[in-house]
Design a protein around this ligand. Structure first.
Ligand SMILES: [Zn+2]
Ligand SMILES: [Zn+2]
Length: 169
């Protein structure tokens, strides 16, 4: 069966995510306008310095609110901060002119910082697959305020052979 455009571009985002060298999280993002692919990106260390596969992840521990047995509790979480997020790399390597009115397909629901940057980038639509509940509420509110279409593609199955398990907490 022929793939629809949403599936096609999210598949490409997943292919981009396989370039990531962070063992904790593989995220891919692509910029699309008028069914044309204008950029691809994944999470990674800045060019010219060792990445997570060479230098190990750069772990920070933070407490964040998370639901535990139906109650909001402070839970200690670990994150790797070595990498530039896929969405941020996408913004670094695309033109404002190309982004104007474009759509971003991203494997994971953007974190707050990425969402905030995307909101100011000219894009008019964001399509993601895996949810990221931590920041979902404020991100959805922001997109709503700005009239940016924000949707999860479902049902959707990533391309075969692409590792999709999330190692991160
Ligand atoms: Zn890492
Ligand atoms: Zn992010």
């Amino acid at each position: 069966m022929r793939k629809d455009w949403d599936t096609y571009f999210l598949d490409i985002a997943y292919m981009a995510s396989t370039r990531s060298q962070c063992s904790r999280r593989h995220v891919g993002a692509v910029l699309v306008k008028g069914k044309k692919l204008l950029g691809t990106a994944y999470n990674g260390a800045p060019m010219g310095v060792p990445d997570c596969s060479e230098a190990g992840c750069m772990i920070v521990e933070e407490y964040e609110l998370a639901p535990v047995d139906g109650e909001e509790k402070l839970v200690k979480k670990q994150r790797c901060v070595r990498t530039i997020h896929a969405e941020q790399n996408l913004l670094l390597f695309t033109d404002l002119h190309d982004r104007d009115g474009a759509t971003v397909y991203v494997t994971d629901q953007p974190c707050w910082t990425c969402a905030n940057m995307l909101a100011n980038s000219g894009v008019k639509e964001i399509v993601y697959h895996r949810s990221y509940p931590k920041d979902a509420e404020k991100v959805e509110k922001l997109m709503d305020q700005l009239g940016i279409r924000f949707r999860r593609l479902e049902p959707y199955t990533p391309p075969p052979g692409v590792p999709t398990e999330r190692v991160t907490s």
